[in-house]
Design a protein around this ligand. Sequence first.
Ligand code: GLN
Length: 293
Amino acid sequence: MFRTAEGHRSQRNSTRRGRSGRSGLRAAAGAAAAAGVFLAAGCSSSGDSGPGEAAGGVPVVHQGKLTTCTHLPYPPFQFEQNGKVVGFDVALIDLVAQNLKVEQKILDTPFENFKTGAFLNSGQCDLAAAGMTITDERKKNVDFSIPYFDATQALLATKKSGITSLDDVKAKSARLGAQAGTTGESYAKSQGFNPVAFESSDAVLNGLRTGQVDAVVIDYPVVQGWLKDKANSDQFVLGTKAIETGEKYGFSVKKGNSALLAAIDKAITTAKADGTYNKLYEQWIGPLPQVKP
Ligand code: GLN
């Protein structure tokens, strides 16, 4: 069944963003993700129990826990820091867990799972939180919370390639990369590209860094954080025009799990109303977006 976080923590720490050339470790981490691996969340936990109920009669797949499926790493939404999974999504779901008087527990799963809802349907997770865009295709298999984050795509290229737009990628017959199964990949395909598919956001950025591709299409918030590192901003540059896909992130639950969905929606609504959302946004993402006049 599942392996606990302990055995994999050092491997996974080595695969955090900003590192390169550790493909063996990445492969090991990928294999671990394929099996589904529990990791320490904001609140650590150990041992599994059977299904149960949280406060308010909300059903949970493991008594005393709120089990979250994610796909690591996806900074700043979920990533490992000092052996714990932290980030904006983790913090928001911790609010839900607090209300339900349970602890959040995080399971690293294949990205594909977010489309199919496999780990929700099999009772391995209560919800999925993965900087995941709400799409009609995904809605066929899972139910989404109210949106909690607005995102766009970004084109990121090596400075030396001279690429500043997708037109440049085409004109130069350059190699484009994206994360498999993501909205970034779909967007690139919709524009007539056949991007090289990488397994995680980390792998996409490392693919660019190591010259496997010349440019990538990826969610802007991920790049925003990555470019804060001078070593990255010295070598890589955003496209000149934003790719305004108008995406909205949502958390997903098994189809029909309206009790948990209501608890998630309530936590998001309350956090937005009482200032907690803005505080977490500034903590994990950066300055709040300017309100458009
Ligand atoms: N927002 C993108 C999507 O939902 C990427 C999510 C991710 O890579 N975790 O496809």
